[in-house]
Design a protein around this ligand. Sequence first.
Ligand code: ASP
Length: 434
Amino acid sequence: MEVVVCKFGGSSVADAERIRNIREVVRLDPRRRFVVVSAPGKRQKSDKKITDLLYLCHELAAQGLDIDEPFHLIRERYLKIARELEVELNVDKLLADLDKQIRAGVSLDFVASRGEYLCARIVADFFQAQFVEAADHITINDEGLVVEKSYKSLASVLSGESIYVIPGFYGADSEGEIKTFSRGGSDITGAIVARAVGAAVYENWTDVSGFLMSDPNIVVSPKPMRTVTYREIRELAYMGANVFHEEAIFPVSREKIPINIRNTHYPNDPGTMIVHHRDTKDRVVVGIAGKIGFSIIFVEKLLMNRQVGFGRRLFSILEAHGISFEHAPSGIDTMSVIVSDSQLKGKAQRVLEDVKKQLEPDRAEITSGFALIATVGEGMAYRPGIAARLFTALANAGINIRIIDQGSSEINIIVGVETADFENAVRAIYQAFC
Ligand code: ASP
């Protein structure tokens, strides 16, 4: 029989009522046998996430300061949930142990992981399901990536007929010490479990009904994104559209397991399906995403095109300053390298000096204040007229395009505009394609 992995995010396990709600979601489909949970998130805007409070406790303890206040908030949250769900688990004792451990100076990763650990223990008890300790099966290497043997290990422990609850966000290093993924990493755990059990679908339950075709803070009521490919979602995530941890795509895309982003408040909404392949006939462009905060390093040198190694030398200057770049559109005698301001911060002047000294250009300058906008869709490849439509839309809106970059994969067209034009540009492109 087919099985489904459901990952529930922090807002879906934020209090007892929401945990009751996710039990209903799981009960609605007998294929939903593997449940991965985050730590309780915010119940309302002003609330604190449990993970943030845990990080705070660790920081205070590390400085020899009192953890009473934040720990009290953590304690109250879990005790209230446990009480209202009437679980048998001795949550009070688990919290007392954690309090002692934090004061004794356990590692940051250990402390952070307890949010998911306690949540999964409570949920398993409430569901009368089996708790599976992620650290016993998921090994994470020094680069923060999952070690291959984890899949086999999980598959063997998850092979029974029951419902299993697995805490998200962490595993262990090769020595068996608790290690977390980066923030939002429960999505990765869900994807790992989905691959391990060969799930028919990896359901990622959040508090929104999937992705929207653009940012609702910029475009009024953007349309929902029904189907999108793994490649498209990676491009959009990179450019700032975030609902889902981008590293969580790899374990499932390898096995072509679709990811379904769903809303726990509206369990009947179909949400967004992230798939290996989609029919691009019905939709050429799936989404428009963008970010502000970029600078351009511009270098001009006559006959640059004949100088072997010019590009390499320019990039090695960036490398020496520890700067990674985004794009590098070039002309015959010019090269522009686009870098995010956060990468350049405090280094711009020195980079420019090195460029002038080492490359002896006719002109070199760094200009800041750019925004990049990616228009993404697999349907763009081999289809004439897409770029024309995009540029016409921007021209009609009176927006000057400063950078154009189309990757050779033809899955996106990136334009750079001045920061002041950013939102108008996104709206103009949205109207042209969506
Ligand atoms: N609780 C962790 C965080 O807040 C991981 C997660 O929720 O996915 O980042």
